[in-house]
Each structure stands twice: as structure tokens, then as C-alpha cells.
Design a protein around this ligand. Structure first.
Ligand code: GDP
Ligand code: MG
Length: 601
């Protein structure tokens, strides 16, 4: 297809505003998926994506679309739609997908209006100089208020309300008009057909049968089957076994030229060899300069993952290895804990990423797991001036700390104005500094705060949702490190540290954290033959204390004599329990107690 007949676009939207449904309708209307084969969220391949209704990996699909030109002749265009994940954790993937397009459909739910991720994704699209087509979706809903939100959307992007298209991804109303506007308004890709090949990798997925499938957007030149290709970041060369387009099923082609979007298969087995953001060229005639810079997405949130049954450790390692094949941003290394045994310290892009990985581990690999409280990256300077990066409280250089810096984020929260007071209170209690407040319409407000990421990973999103009846939406981006008065709180059982409960918290919250953990453990740990003190401490200073009283003799006495079968049952029960007991010093703790204490509530 000549570049003049190609349109590359993506749909950007807040989660649940109907991106996947609209994509489905486009596939159907352009005829690439027959009505018979249609199923909801056709492009969302992973089970988790379909069930939770979110798009995790972006996908590209090519659709033919015919329009009548001014002369009355019919012209056929190739529309490449690149589906982008909507969630903040995957901003990096969104921005790579956007870089592969010339235009974006800005999709907004006509009953909800603009939300935090609508804005975040719009800003990314504008940074990439994309042509924006504003669209209101779900106009079939009785609660839809397209007149109101068309104005809101027009104000936001600086257009006229009548230029905001109104569609329903569900019924298909307006979708053909939208396809026409894509052809009419989004510029055709430009590139140098005679230059050495340069293709940008915007997605890379692992497929059990085909190995790594690399999605690219051709910028210059041409790639053909059986060529030897080269990754410009590593200079590694691979044989190109297959090249093609997704339509939406993979269809081999004779090559890809300027502006085209398609996939490459090279037989590599690990997505790290085919990095999102990298530039592909040919070994025969390599390009001299790579496309716009490549930076690895960095994990922001860390957590220990442990098998509940210690004998599952090897399986957990294998499962993580497998997930890593398709998710280069997942990091892990072995870790041991007194309380939890052998496990892994894992790094994630954000909380949703953590949730998705743990859910996949339990669902796809049948593992029973416990995860420790999420932690962020602290930069500690010791009294000798040494810098230590701490992603796990157990690495904290106790007693030698001169200062600690924590990661900060800029948050944008969109909410109905009635909740402004409540949400400001919440943000202030999380050490937020107000950056600004703006009215989007009479009743919707945007609050911008600078806040420690450590406060957000701890339950912030749930609190925000529950305090606003679900009406607030949140987006955040990293904003450097900042020094703060942080301390490590340890929890001790009869003087022995229980590592899984150590946490780095702000000094003003240390007492609350210590008391909460001590109380939880007192309720969860069964009585022993001796008294067990539970303490929370900062260094050597005890800040909270609870006591598990010793078992009284007469309780034990009850177990003797009497009904023999009852006694047997009791012994059986004890044996069963013993298997899952962990020793912390002299104290026997059922593993369930640790798990319950970590899962909180
Ligand atoms: P995404 O998160 O942006 O991909 O949103 P989905 O396409 O998964 O849609 C979210 C929810 O909105 C689903 O329950 C859809 O059935 C529903 N939905 C999507 N488009 C429409 C529409 O045009 N009309 C109505 N009534 N519901 C829609
Ligand atoms: Mg979706």
C-alpha cells in the first residue's frame, strides 16, 4: 500500500469509556472480522484483560476502508488501528504506541465526561504532535449528555462543539462517519522510501508457538522476508522468518514499506531481545541513526512474593521466568524471609501491574501466594556519605542513616466538586502539596497534588474511590526524589525481628503503623506456654507494645482425659497445624497469622 493510502491511528480514552468496544465495531464494519467470529473485546487476548475489561498489551490491526473521492471514484485506504492500554501503569506503552501514529481518536464516555486518564493520554498525544479527533461514545445511554460534554471536550482541545463526533460503539451509530473522518483528517505517514530501513518497535509479545512477535511501524525504507535484521540498540542480528500484517489474524506479506504497520517473527524466545522503543534496520544496509531515544521503563513499586507452600518455590521461579518472556518490565530476584521462607523480590511499574502479575501467577500457574506490603525506591545517604538504594526495608542501613529521599509523583485527580473538601483532606493526610485546582465545568474539578509515591501505593486509590463513591479518577507521573523525615519501623516477637513486617514510613506515622501491626499480631498469634511481648521499634527505641499472655495450666489440662476421639482429633489438628508453623525465636507462629496480618483490613 502506498503511504498516501495509509492512516495510522490509535484510540485514547479513560478506562471503561469504550475503547475496546469501539475497536470491535470497527473490525466488524470494515469486514475484517465476520459477524459470526465476532466476540466482545476481540483484541484483548489475555483472559485477565477480558474479565477485568482492561487492555494490558497494545495490539495493532489493519482494516480496509473505502471512501468516495471528489471525482466520484472509490479509493481504498488501509487503516492501522493501534490499541493502547489506558492505565497509568502502562504510560510507557501508551507513549510508544502513540509514536507509531499520526492521529488519535480521543474517546470520551458521553455520560461521564473527561476523566484523569483522558487528560493524561491527550497530553501524551499532543506531545507526539498527533491530529486529535474528539469523539463522544455511548450516546445510546439514557444518561448520556452529549451536548454538555461536547462543549467540555471542545473547550479542552480548542475546537467547536459541533466538530465533536457522536458515536455508540455498542450499536455502531456514527462509526462509519468516524472511519471517514480518520481518512479525511489524519495525515498520511511520510518517510523516505529509498533510505535504509528503519522500523520502530511499539510492542513485543511472546507467543508459545511462534516465539516473540514484534510489532513495528515502518518509518523509512522497506523490510522483506528472509532478510537479516538488526536491533539498533544492541546490534544483535536475527533472521527475519516471517513478516506480515494483523488483519486481525496474522497474515504474511511480501514486505512492509513506508508508513506500514505490521509484525516480524525472528524466532527469538525472549521479549528482551526485541525491545519496545528500539529501531529495527537491516544488516545489509544499516541505518546510521536510530529513531527517537529508547529508555527502559523502570519499576516503581516493589514487593516480596512468597509461595504459601514452601515446596512451590521452584514452580514460582519457573512461572516468573515465563511471564518475563512476555513482560520485559517485570523484575525479580530471590529473597528469603524469616517469616515467609523463600520467595522473590519483584519490581513493578505500578500497583495494577503488581496485581496483574500476582493474579496471573495464581490463575495461569495455580500458585498460592502471599505478597508483602508494596514498597518504593528510597535513596539513603549514610553518615559516611555513601548512597544506598533501598527497595526492601530489610536493606535499610539501620543506625547509619544521615538522610533519606523518597520518590515523588505529580497527581491529577478529577472529581465532582462536592467531594473537593474530602479529597483535599485525604491528600493532605498523605503529605500532598497542592499544586493547583481547576474547574472543567460547573461541577467537575481537577486537583493537582505533588505527593510521595509511597503514600499512593499504600491504599490511596481505594480510599479515593470510597470517599467519592467511585466518582474520582486519578493519574500520576514521576516527579523526582525528595528528602523526607522517614524511619524504619520493625516489629519484634519476644525481641526477634519479623522481617516481613518492617516498613519505611514517615516519622509522624510510625507510631500508628507500629500500634496497628502489634495489635493485629496479638489477635492472630495463638497463646504459647510463655508470655510473648510484641513490640514495634525504631532502631532500639520501642514505640508500641502488646502482650500475648501465656496459656494457663487449666486450659492444657482440659486436653487430658475425657473423650478419646476428641483427643485424637485435637492431636491430628495440631499435627496439621505444625506443618505450617514458623519459628520466630522461640515463638511458634502459624503462617496464616503472617498472611492475615499482611493482608490487613
Ligand atoms: P475500555 O476500557 O475503554 O476498553 O472499555 P470497554 O470497551 O471495555 O467498555 C466498557 C464498558 O462500557 C463495557 O461494559 C461496554 O459494554 C460498555 N460500552 C462500551 N461502549 C458502549 C456504548 O457505546 N454504549 C453502551 N451503552 N455501552 C458501551
Ligand atoms: Mg479495553
Amino acid at each position: 500500500t502506498p503511504a498516501s493510502q495509509i492512516r495510522n491511528f490509535c484510540i485514547i480514552a479513560h478506562i471503561d469509556h469504550g475503547k475496546s468496544t469501539l475497536a470491535d465495531r470497527m473490525l466488524q464494519i470494515t469486514g475484517v472480522v465476520s459477524d459470526r467470529d465476532m466476540r466482545a473485546q476481540y483484541l484483548d487476548r489475555m483472559d485477565i484483560e477480558r474479565e477485568r475489561g482492561i487492555t494490558i498489551k497494545s495490539q495493532a490491526v489493519r482494516m480496509p476502508w473505502q471512501t468516495d473521492s471528489a471525482t466520484g471514484a472509490t479509493e481504498t485506504f488501509a487503516l492501522n488501528m493501534i490499541d493502547t492500554p489506558g492505565h497509568v501503569d502502562f504510560t510507557y506503552e501508551v507513549s510508544r504506541s502513540l509514536a507509531a501514529c499520526e492521529g488519535a481518536i480521543l474517546l470520551v464516555d458521553a455520560a461521564q465526561g473527561i476523566e484523569a486518564q483522558t487528560l493524561a493520554n491527550l497530553y501524551l498525544a499532543l506531545e507526539n504532535d498527533l491530529t486529535i479527533i474528539p469523539v463522544l461514545n455511548k450516546i445510546d445511554l439514557p444518561a448520556a449528555d452529549p451536548d454538555k460534554f461536547a462543549k467540555e471536550l471542545a473547550d479542552l482541545i480548542g475546537g467547536r462543539p459541533e466538530d465533536v463526533l457522536r458515536v455508540s460503539g455498542k450499536t455502531g451509530v456514527g462509526v462509519e462517519a468516524l472511519l471517514d473522518r480518520i481518512v479525511g483528517e489524519i495525515p498520511a505517514p511520510v518517510g523516505d522510501a529509498d533510505a535504509p530501513a528503519r522500523a520502530m518497535i511499539f510492542d513485543s509479545v511472546y507467543d508459545a508457538y511462534r516465539g516473540v512477535v514484534t510489532y513495528v511501524r515502518m518509518v523509512d525504507g522497506r523490510l522483506e522476508p528472509r532478510e537479516r535484521i538488526q536491533m539498533m540498540s544492541t546490534r544483535a542480528a536475527h533472521d527475519l522468518l516471517e513478516i506480515g500484517v494483523s488483519s486481525p489474524e496474522p497474515t504474511p506479506t511480501q514486505g512492509l514499506g513506508v508508513g506500514e504497520v505490521g509484525y516480524l517473527i525472528t524466532g527469538v524466545k525472549d521479549v528482551r531481545q526485541s525491545k519496545v522503543g528500539d529501531t529495527v534496520t537491516t544488516l545489509r544496509r544499516p541505518a546510521s541513526e536510530a529513531l527517537a531515544g529508547y529508555t527502559d521503563p523502570k519499576p516503581m513499586v516493589f514487593s516480596g512474593i512468597y509461595p504459601i507452600d514452601g515446596s512451590d518455590y521452584a514452580e514460582l521461579r519457573e512461572a516468573l521466568d515465563k511471564l518475563k518472556l512476555s513482560d520485559a518490565s517485570l523484575q525479580y530476584e530471590p529473597e528469603t524471609s524469616v517469616a515467609l521462607g523463600f520467595g522473590f523480590r519483584c519490581g513493578f511499574l505500578g500497583l495494577l501491574h503488581l496485581e496483574i502479575i500476582t493474579e496471573r501467577l495464581s490463575r495461569e500457574f495455580g500458585l498460592d501466594l502471599i505478597t508483602t506490603a508494596p514498597s518504593v525506591i528510597y535513596e539513603v545517604t549514610t553518615d559516611t556519605g555513601e548512597k544506598v538504594v533501598v527497595t526492601n526495608p530489610s536493606e535499610y542501613p539501620d543506625g547509619r542513616v544521615a538522610s533519606v529521599a523518597e520518590p515523588m509523583v505529580k497527581t491529577a485527580i478529577l472529581l465532582p466538586k462536592d467531594y473537593v473538601g474530602t479529597v483535599m483532606e485525604l491528600c493532605q493526610s498523605r503529605r500532598g502539596a497542592l499544586l493547583g485546582m481547576e474547574y472543567f465545568s460547573e461541577e467537575r474539578v481537577e486537583l493537582r497534588y505533588r505527593m510521595p509515591l509511597g503514600e499512593i501505593v499504600f491504599d490511596f486509590f481505594d480510599q479515593l474511590k470510597s470517599k467519592t463513591q467511585g466518582y474520582a479518577s486519578l493519574d500520576y507521573e514521576p516527579d523526582g526524589q525528595q528528602e523526607a523525615d522517614l524511619v524504619k519501623v520493625d516489629v519484634l516477637l519476644q525481641g526477634d525481628k519479623v522481617d516481613a513486617f518492617s516498613a519505611i514510613v514517615h516519622r509522624e506515622k510510625a507510631y500508628a503503623y507500629g500500634t496497628m501491626m502489634a495489635e493485629r499480631l496479638r489477635k492472630l498469634i495463638p497463646r504459647q506456654n510463655f508470655e510473648v511481648p510484641i513490640q514495634a521499634a525504631i532502631g532500639a527505641r520501642i514505640i508500641a507494645r502488646e502482650t500475648i499472655r501465656a496459656l494457663r495450666k487449666d486450659v492444657l489440662a482440659k486436653c487430658y482425659g475425657g473423650d478419646i476421639s476428641r483427643k485424637r482429633k485435637l492431636l491430628e489438628k495440631q499435627k496439621e497445624g505444625k506443618k505450617r508453623m514458623k519459628m520466630v525465636g522461640r515463638v511458634e507462629v502459624p503462617q496464616e497469622a503472617f498472611i492475615a496480618a499482611l493482608s490487613g483490613d
